[in-house]
Design a protein around this ligand. Sequence first.
Ligand code: B16
Ligand code: MG
Length: 216
Amino acid sequence: MIEAVIFDLDGVLVTTDVLHFKAWKALAEELGITNFTKADNARQRGVSRMASLEVVLEKSDKVYTDEEKLAFAEKKNTNYVKSLDTLSENDVLAGVEKFIAFLKENGIKTAIGSASKNAPLILEKTGLVGKFDAISSGLDTTKSKPDPEVFLVAAKKLGKDPSVCLVVEDSDAGIEAAKAGGMYALAVGEAKNNPLADYCADSLDTFDYKNCKLFN
Ligand code: B16
Ligand code: MG
């Protein structure tokens, strides 16, 4: 029986993964990279801003200084944050509210485990902020997924052992991180075929939690 569920944010609870892709593509084009694709973007899921930038720069022959790289990451973030202006409750993915309500009814704790430094802003704009018992984000960590740090911080904030935690993730890096941290992993969306995951579903909307042995 599970005692806590730790949710990734972008791509699991909200649709912001699409906005990350758009902002990185715009930066890539500014740098003369015209072949930045969704497959490249899949490798940016769950990893930090600077690691995501490296995925873009791999596609360029040019060599940039650390200072230039910081400026590129800042530029992408400014653009991305601007695109969050219109973010609202309507951008919460299907099935999320129902699953959280089920967990509350069953006394199961909930937390956020997101690589994003924008997690607090996103949670506020989508009205999700008060729904979790703890928040662990890119503001609490120094190591990026697949390192388990962000999930271990979440478990610690909840006062739970990793072995009684389930992580919900849409990235391969996040599934790897959950398993490295000794937690159960549910893969959804882009990660749904990840062989390391204990459970898989298209989305939280189709995850049959009522019949899942973790909750019985
Ligand atoms: P930021 P998650 C991750 O959020 C995104 O999946 C990833 O693409 C992004 O690079 C990372 O946050 C950092 O985001 O630039 O907003 O700090 O999926 O872990 O909730
Ligand atoms: Mg994600």
